[in-house]
Design a protein around this ligand. Structure first.
Ligand code: ATP
Ligand code: MG
Length: 337
């Protein structure tokens, strides 16, 4: 029996290189060996985008197209929409009794995201909603609704898995062995940095190259990327380790990487030429993905069909889990025995 994996992404914008190299590339490998549930987490996206439903709605399809374009195979992956599995919402309500408010506020991932929002938007504590603070509970529902055994995550998301494990243990200890305790599957790659040198390339941070960006946009972004600030003239020797252009060369320019590094260190490579080479390589890397995107964009009915079928198929599993949860907490009044 294949082990079950669950992971997801929020339809808050198109996919960027951070998603690809930090997460999705690994999913492409995992889809061959696991029973893989891949969630388009629209309800979670609404926790901090509740006032912009159009954005979330539009990005459900955009993100699906991105996933299909990079090679996620809907015949091997259950690709589904979170809001169309009502069992996830039911489980969230049930689990909310098993978590204290102080435990949620102490969750390091939640804490860091609240701090980031405050830094970006100047929000005070008052504007953090119940839904946002509670999203780890809803994420525990996402995972357990499909009896997820492994959850691919980055280091910063480990506290969310720990929170889910606590909920599962508490549920099982009160109501009897019902739910499976998931384990994290740590991403083999580190967090991908932004064009501005920020530790994270993020959809909401405006520092990313999107898989759908055309050559004009990619050129503008790469031309503005942060390089070694101590390099003033074209032939000054520089330190590639503090240069974002070299950082992205490392991701996609494997053929010429040694040359790029040694020429940069010796002052034999100007930043403009180096950026132009990166733009060429980046467009070459993005070309096959963008060709597939164009195909799916012109076949919206196919995208819808894939999402509908994936969701229907995923719901079968969620219904099974829900039935056993109802039974355990003795609310299976009229369920068939
Ligand atoms: P948002 O700002 O709306 O939260 P996001 O860019 O963080 O968007 P998510 O949908 O929250 O994207 O994340 C989807 C997946 O991609 C998660 O597994 C997340 O850890 C991973 N991911 C996102 N950005 C990066 C990055 N820069 N490096 C590595 N992994 C990333
Ligand atoms: Mg995020």
């Amino acid at each position: 029996m294949k082990k079950t994996i669950l992971t997801g992404l929020r339809p808050t914008g198109k996919l960027h290189l951070g998603h690809y190299f930090g997460a999705a590339q690994n999913w492409l490998r995992l889809q061959n060996d696991y029973d893989f549930y891949l969630e388009v987490a629209d309800i979670q996206a609404l926790t901090d985008n509740f006032d912009n439903p159009d954005k979330v709605r539009m990005n459900v399809r955009e993100i699906t197209i991105d996933l299909l374009s990079i090679g996620i195979d809907p015949s091997r992956v259950h690709l589904f929409v979170q809001s169309m599995i009502p069992e996830i919402a039911e489980l969230t309500v049930i689990y909310s009794n098993l978590v204290t408010m102080s435990r949620l506020y102490r969750n390091p991932t939640v804490k860091a995201e609240i701090a980031q929002k405050k830094a970006l938007f100047g929000n005070d504590g008052e504007s953090v909603t119940y839904g946002f603070v509670g999203y780890p509970v809803s994420q525990a529902a996402d995972i357990t609704a499909f009896s997820g055994q492994l959850v691919p995550v980055g280091e910063d998301q480990l506290p969310l898995i720990e929170q889910c494990r606590e909920i599962v243990r508490k549920f099982n200890s009160i109501y009897g062995e019902t739910l499976i305790e998931p384990e994290p599957l740590l991403s083999p790659t580190p967090r991908i940095k932004g064009l501005d040198g920020n530790e994270k390339m993020g959809k909401s941070l405006g520092n990313g190259i999107f898989l759908a960006d055309d050559e004009d946009i990619v050129s503008k972004k790469i031309m503005g990327a942060v390089t070694d600030p101590d390099k003033i003239k074209k032939d000054d020797p520089a330190n590639p380790d503090v240069c974002m252009v070299y950082y992205y060369h490392k991701l996609i320019s494997s053929k010429n990487l040694d040359n790029i590094c040694s020429e940069c260190k010796k002052g034999e490579r100007g930043c403009v030429a180096c950026k132009k080479e990166l733009i060429r390589n980046m467009m070459e890397f993005l070309k096959p993905i963008q060709e597939k995107r164009a195909y799916y964009e012109s076949h919206p009915e196919l995208v819808d069909k894939i999402l509908l079928e994936g969701t229907n198929d995923a719901r079968v599993k969620a219904k099974e889990v829900m039935a056993s949860v109802r039974k355990s907490i003795k609310i299976d009044y009229f369920d068939e025995k």
